[in-house]
Design a binder for this molecule. Sequence first.
Ligand code: SF4
Ligand code: SF4
Length: 251
Amino acid sequence: MKENIRGFIETYVQAYSQRVEINTTYRTPVIAYAAANDPLFQKLQNHRQPEDLLAGAKTVIAYFIPFDEKIVMSNRKKGKSSLGWVHAYIETNLLIESLGKALRNELGKDKVSSFAPPPTHNYDPKTLTSEWSHKHVAYISGLGTFGVHQMLITAAGAGGRIGSTIIDRELDPTPRPAHELCLYKRDGSCLECVAMCTFGALKKDSFDRYLCRDICGTNAERFKKVGPATVCGKCVSAVKCSCYPNDSQNR
Ligand code: SF4
Ligand code: SF4
C-alpha cells in the first residue's frame, strides 16, 4: 500500500504543477508514516490526537512537497517575499487541500477511511499554536528534524510545504532520523537562517513567533491581490538546508 500511496502523491503533485493556471513547480515529495498511537502525539500540548479526528485511526501519513530550487532561490533577497514564493505558498496550500480529498477517494477504493486536516489557518491566534501541527506530526512520522529556523529539515530540505492524512489502516512507521539534520545543532556551524532573518525574529537561541507573525502579516497585506499569503520564508530560502538534508547518508 505504501508504494501505491507514494505513486499517487507523486503523480498528483506532478499533474497539479502542469496545470496552466499553476506557476509552481516541485521536486519529488518525501513521505513518512507514524503509528497513530505513537506516545509523542500525547506530548504535543493543546494538540488533537489522530483518534480525535478519525475514529479507528491507525497511521498518520506525513508528506513534504519540496518547491523547485528556483523558487527557493527567488526568495533570497532581503525584505518582502518574492512573488514566486508567494505563488508557491498559495498554490501549495490549495494543492494539499485537494490532494487530501483525492487521496481519500483513492484509499476509499481499498476500504480505507481517511481524514486530511487543513493545510493552514488551524491555529489559535493568541498562542499561535496549532490544534494539528503538520510539522510536528511530520517530525513524529520520521520525515525530518527541526532546524534553528523552527522548520522541519527533510530528505529534500526545508523549502516546501508539509501535509498529512490520518488513515484507519496499520502501516509500518518510518524510523525517525538518527542524527540532527541541522548543521548548527550537529556541530555548531551554519546559522545561515539567522542571517537571513533581518527582521530580528530568529536568533540562534530564540524565536519571536509574534514578530514573525507580524512580518508574515505585512506580506499578506502587500500581496493581498495575489491571494491569501501570510508568509515570509526568508529563513528557509537560499540557506544550506533549503533543498538538501545535509546528512542523507545517515538516515
Ligand atoms: S540554515 Fe543552517 S543553522 Fe539554520 S536550520 Fe538550516 S542547517 Fe540549521
Ligand atoms: S519566516 Fe521570516 S520573520 Fe519568520 S523567522 Fe523566518 S525569516 Fe524571520
